[in-house]
Write a protein that binds this ligand. Structure first.
Ligand code: NAD
Length: 244
């Protein structure tokens, strides 16, 4: 199995894309730590012994550090970091407060930034690493209803590129996956009600709404041991809504 002997952290593993990513990495042989504020028992029972849930708010600096140290100590290292936890509240631009903006940036940008910092010593010690960030197809199309979110995910693309430059010599790759609108419970709640799925489907060359499982092959591709020459990239997995 390509990822046996690897330890992965997936943030936001309780549900949605994060749960799917955790299951896929475990299926490829990795042991997986889930970092989430929500109950991860569904993920744990789906995956079994290869999954270890950590109850952690990744916007909390101290909790973040403790959790990363806990993974390294109890699971014997940290090789793969999937910065998946994110929020995408639809707030009209004119009504977005500084507090809203800070809350979005704190989870979508600051947490991946500092989690990568925290994971680096273990990745360097292991001589191999994969950092995978989650952006969004929104960065390519610029939707008007999620301006703060789009700004946060654009920052993730820049973070990915600079870190790829910094870490290439350490045998650590850094890539971003940018999904289109994927059917998760949260996406159903925040975008499904206003016809979002149907509207976005109309922009895609592949005319169906993707499920979380549609993102798995991209994750396994960038994490694969054979993908060590692939870094700094943003994989646009949006059914062809935007051609770059
Ligand atoms: N679903 C989509 O259509 C879509 C499209 C493009 C990008 N994305 C991105 O993919 C990622 C996952 O999206 P999703 O729809 O699966 O989300 P989701 O809401 O289903 O899952 C997010 C998970 O993150 C956890 N989380 C939230 N705040 C946290 C915190 N402070 N600390 C730890 N965990 C926390 C939640 O409890 C939840 O389990 C996000 O970064 C999102 O922006 C999603």
């Amino acid at each position: 199995m390509p990822l046996s002997d690897r330890v992965a952290v997936v943030t936001g593993a309780a549900q949605g894309l994060g749960q799917e990513f955790a299951a896929a990495l475990a299926g490829a042989g990795a042991r997986v730590a889930g970092f989430d504020v929500a109950d991860q028992s569904e993920t744990a029972s789906r995956i079994g012994d290869a999954f270890v849930p950590f109850s952690v708010d990744v916007t909390d600096a101290e909790a973040r550090r403790r959790a990363v140290d806990g993974v390294v100590e109890t699971m014997g290292g940290l090789h793969i970091l999937v910065n998946n936890a994110g929020i995408y509240p639809p707030i009209p631009f004119e009504e977005t407060t500084s507090e809203d903006l800070r809350r979005i940036l704190s989870l979508n940008v600051e947490a991946p930034f500092h989690l990568t910092q925290a994971a680096l010593p273990a990745m360097r010690a292991g001589g191999w690493g994969r950092v995978v960030n989650l952006a969004s197809g929104a960065v390519f199309v610029g939707p008007p209803d999620i301006v703060a979110y789009t700004a946060s995910k654009s920052a993730v693309v820049g973070l990915t590129r600079s870190l790829a430059t910094l870490l290439g010599g350490d045998n650590i790759t850094v890539n971003t996956i940018a999904p289109g609108l994927v059917r998760t419970a949260t996406a159903e709640r925040s975008t499904g009600a206003d016809g979002g799925f149907e509207r976005i489907r109309g922009l895609q060359r592949v005319p169906r709404t993707p499920e979380a499982a549609d993102l798995v092959s991209s994750l396994l591709y960038v994490c694969d041991p054979g993908s060590g020459f692939l870094t700094g990239q943003t994989l646009n997995v949006d059914g062809g809504a935007a051609f770059l």
